[in-house]
Design a protein around this ligand. Structure first.
Ligand SMILES: NC(=O)c1ccc[n+]([C@@H]2O[C@H](COP(=O)([O-])OP(=O)(O)OC[C@H]3O[C@@H](n4cnc5c(N)ncnc54)[C@H](OP(=O)(O)O)[C@@H]3O)[C@@H](O)[C@H]2O)c1
Ligand SMILES: [Zn+2]
Length: 339
């Protein structure tokens, strides 16, 4: 089979299509013929050599978390009802199943939490119990948009206790997690404020639910613009860096900021008295639960959620998908397809 592998950790030009043996399922596993695999900034960090997870010794490395396709083979000892020909989406969570957090939940707190990689290929060997069977009305290319971006955003919004009438601030609103946060916050009855460097991209996100666009990148100017709009109940922060201090400043007393990323920097300086005198909460969050992903699939099936995909790329043009992400050209998800 073909795989779009990272052969050098030099950015998008480090992706090459290579030949790999066809996978066979081991015990508890299934092999999925991949129709579609969405990419995430997590993959781009790896490709740029900016992830502790993968180094030169691991090359060639096949990344890709968000697998959707058709089950081609099922191994022995599979306890779940997964059959040949099922159309499925993968929850990329990997958990030990027996630690305190696996037992108590939520599962994404697992002490040995890790992520599946391998979807940027024609076939993927996966844990069968991480597959969700898709209703007929949900296309595999649509489902591939959901796992990392939408599941993470959904979990963050729930952690932030977002509810009807809330004002939610999403710095960096045009990417995978950003757009997902807007669509899901909208469904929860909240109003949203979001930023981008691009007026054209903000126009697109406004059409899918963003209430208050701010075309700005300077943190001080963003702080001022948000304060003019209103007092923020919750911040969904995937940028980190200086946007964390801004988020804290614009939040109301008792407000919640949930952080999942560091696109704009791994370090943030915050005003501690502002945090404790205002009874504000700042929480870290990674991915979500398989049950949350199942709910998202149901929302797509019922027509309540329509994940936003900017473009699809054939497997051999995977490098171009990463170029679009790196150059901040896209709105929503970028999806690599088998065709
Ligand atoms: N912990 C987790 O479980 C988890 C899960 C998913 C994602 N994440 C993290 O969340 C972040 C977003 O992931 P994603 O896949 O949604 O990425 P993405 O689609 O590439 O996000 C693009 C967004 O980031 C903004 N952006 C890009 N570079 C920026 C910079 N240097 N300064 C300010 N804004 C910048 C873009 O703004 P413009 O509109 O101005 O171009 C756009 O709004 C990443 O850090 C990722 O690692 C974490
Ligand atoms: Zn565990």
């Amino acid at each position: 089979m073909h795989a779009a592998a990272f052969t050098e950790l030099t950015g998008p030009d480090g992706v090459s299509v290579i030949e790999r043996p066809d996978p066979k399922p081991g015990p508890g596993e299934a092999v999925v013929d991949v129709d579609a695999c969405a990419i995430n900034r997590h993959d781009l960090w790896i490709l740029e050599g900016d992830s502790a997870m993968v180094d030169a010794d691991d090359l060639p490395f096949v990344s890709g978390l968000d697998v959707a396709g058709v089950v081609r083979a099922v191994g022995d000892d599979v306890a779940v009802d997964i059959r040949l020909g099922d159309r499925v989406v993968l929850c990329p969570n990997e958990t030990c199943g027996h630690c305190q957090f696996c037992r108590d939940g939520p599962e994404n707190l697992c002490e040995q939490f890790s992520l599946y990689h391998g979807g940027l290929a024609e076939s993927a060997r996966v844990a069968a119990d991480r597959l969700i069977v898709l209703p007929d009305s949900v296309e595999t290319t649509t489902a591939a948009a959901l796992p990392t971006a939408y599941m993470t955003a959904y979990h963050m919004l729930r952690r932030a206790e977002v509810g009807p009438g809330d004002l939610v601030f999403v710095p960096g609103v045009t990417g995978g997690v950003g757009v997902a946060s807007i669509q899901l916050a909208d469904m929860m009855g909240a109003q949203t404020v979001g930023t981008s460097a691009s007026a054209a991209k903000l126009d697109q996100v406004e059409k899918i639910g963003l209430d208050h666009p701010i075309e700005e990148t300077d943190p001080d100017a963003i702080r001022e613009a948000v304060q003019e709009i209103g007092t923020i109940d919750s911040v969904i922060n995937h940028l980190g860096g200086p946007y964390t201090a801004v988020g804290l400043d614009v939040m109301r007393r008792g407000g919640r900021m949930v952080i999942c990323g560091r696109t704009a920097g791994s370090m943030s300086e915050i005003d501690i008295p502002n945090l404790f005198l205002g009874h504000k909460r700042v929480e870290g969050s990674t991915m979500g639960t398989q049950h949350e992903l199942e709910k998202l699939v149901d929302l797509v099936a019922s027509g309540d959620l329509s994940p936003e995909t900017d473009a699809t790329y054939p497997l051999e043009e995977t490098g171009a998908a990463f170029t679009a992400m790196s150059e901040r050209e896209s709105v929503g998800k970028l999806v690599v397809t088998a065709e």
